[in-house]
Ligand binder design. Sequence first.
Ligand SMILES: CC(C)(COP(=O)(O)OP(=O)(O)OC[C@H]1O[C@@H](n2cnc3c(N)ncnc32)[C@H](O)[C@@H]1OP(=O)(O)O)[C@@H](O)C(=O)NCCC(=O)NCCS
Length: 211
Amino acid sequence: MILRAFEKKDRDALRQIACNTAFLGLPYQLFIDDKEILADALTVYFTDYEPESCFVAEENEKIVGYLIGTKNAQKMNGIFKQKIFPQLFKKTLLSGIIFQKNTFIFLRNLLQSLVKGEFLAPDFSLKYPALLHINIAQDFRGQKIGERLINHYLNFLKENNISAVHLGTMSENAKEFFQKCGFMILFQGHRSYLKNHLKKNASYYILGRAV
Ligand SMILES: CC(C)(COP(=O)(O)OP(=O)(O)OC[C@H]1O[C@@H](n2cnc3c(N)ncnc32)[C@H](O)[C@@H]1OP(=O)(O)O)[C@@H](O)C(=O)NCCC(=O)NCCS
């Protein structure tokens, strides 16, 4: 297994893993009727606007995991609001998926979460400027690939004089993994928009660590 910098040819494989792991292991088809829109929402900033901060794990010429990040979460949020979100909004309306059952219910639940204030959280991007998302394909978890990708990324941030990094996760398992990797919990909340399928609210954690 090798770790290496992301290349354009990895884009489809990375997007597939992102969709497979987007909803705490539940199939993405339960929530969104268009995989490309989901993949754009999850990954397009990183792969298309800041590919130099993305890394993949490859085994036998197959992408089995990735870490996508940004050195500057504030800049990322600006580009997401100004460029990516309007495009996603337009695509969602024009493709008609908003009127398909699963997407409609998911977006309605997401909106309810938003209105209830479940997305309110302190902004950690000044103290912890970098951000990351990491996902390992199911069959390759527990083989230290995640830990190696995190260490690789921390070295990359250090070389770029970035002082600290943060991330958000709804997964209890991932929270424990990040704590093992030296991250501290900075914030804990909950989110209810997956309740129909999880049968309970999900916790939401923001974790961070110095580089
Ligand atoms: C969470 C994830 C990135 C961890 O990667 P991984 O390659 O499976 O983990 P590693 O093998 O590198 O584990 C490193 C350490 O974390 C621990 N760890 C990993 N997954 C864990 C879990 N689910 N619960 C508790 N500890 C865990 C390991 O036991 C290991 O500790 P050790 O050194 O004491 O043995 C990976 O399992 C994954 O992609 N999960 C699904 C998607 C996800 O939750 N992504 C993160 C959301 S931002």
